[in-house]
Design a protein around this ligand. Structure first.
Ligand code: GSH
Length: 241
């Protein structure tokens, strides 16, 4: 990577759709400016920030990644860009590159984003049945975790992971697993899924990802009252036991 590259990650001061980018850049020792945008309790400062495209990018959403004079929106695009710019694609053959791209996408869209949406669900869908939504998502995530577990075994992910740099797919999958644990209060367990359990504990980036969360503890989302929303989700899981 050229030394002159100026990198800034603009994102809210939450984990959400940005923590895995912070985690990866930190683990790879890539200097970047971590622009953690703090919202007021009523989010009243967001419209002004949103309209500043130097921060929020062409789509006026976060995360936005500034890379020299290029500003990128859209998580999956940012992840593909990083995979290329960090030189990681060049280290993988065509099949493995495709596997990394699939895992990045699925960990983000099928595992992490649904947890974020569940936490917000009664705000974005007034009158929603939170307990019902939680039960449905729990089943869907459990099914998908079993699939990802089988796929990682088939791909030999764990062996490969120990012989290369920590890459974007590792960072997104680790974050998704950690957020699943917190969202479902450990009621969605991957302890019996050997590949995922080993990955979560032994991924070479895990220590950095955990350290970052300890140094800068963050909520998962910017939802006002996230703690109460999580309590409601957890209570519904306990009631369903
Ligand atoms: N499709 C976008 C979604 C980004 C997104 O929804 N970001 C949220 C924060 S996690 C946001 O900017 N919300 C404020 C808004 O939409 O005004 C992506 O994948 O990056």
């Amino acid at each position: 990577m050229p030394e002159y590259t100026e990198i800034t990650l603009h994102y809210f001061d939450v984990r959400g759709r940005g923590q895995f980018i912070r985690g990866l850049l930190t683990h790879r020792d890539i200097p970047f400016s971590d622009d953690r945008i703090k919202l007021n309790a009523d989010n009243s400062n967001w419209p002004a920030i949103r309209s500043n495209r130097a921060v929020s990018g062409d789509f006026q959403k976060l995360p936005a990644l500034q890379w020299d004079d290029l500003i990128l929106n859209e998580v999956l695009v940012i992840l593909d860009f990083l995979q290329e710019k960090l030189g990681d694609n060049a280290l993988l053959d065509e099949r493995t590159r495709a596997q990394h791209a699939m895992l990045r996408s699925s960990a983000f869209l099928d595992l992490l984003t649904p947890c974020i949406n569940l936490i917000w669900c009664d705000i974005f869908h007034p009158g929603t049945n939170v307990a019902g939504a939680t039960a449905v998502l729990k089943r869907r995530i459990e099914m998908h975790l079993a699939t990802v577990n089988q796929t990682l075994e088939q791909w030999g992910w764990l062996n490969a992971m120990n012989e290369r740099e920590v890459m974007v797919a590792d960072a997104v999958l680790w974050e998704a697993l950690d957020v699943i644990r917190l969202t479902f209060d450990d009621k969605v367990s991957f302890d019996d899924l050997a590949a995922l359990a080993t990955f979560y504990d032994a991924c070479p980036g895990a220590a950095t990802f955990k350290k970052l969360l300890t140094l800068k503890p963050s909520t998962i989302t910017a939802r006002p009252g996230e703690a109460e929303a999580l309590i409601a989700i957890h209570a519904s899981l306990n009631a369903g036991e």
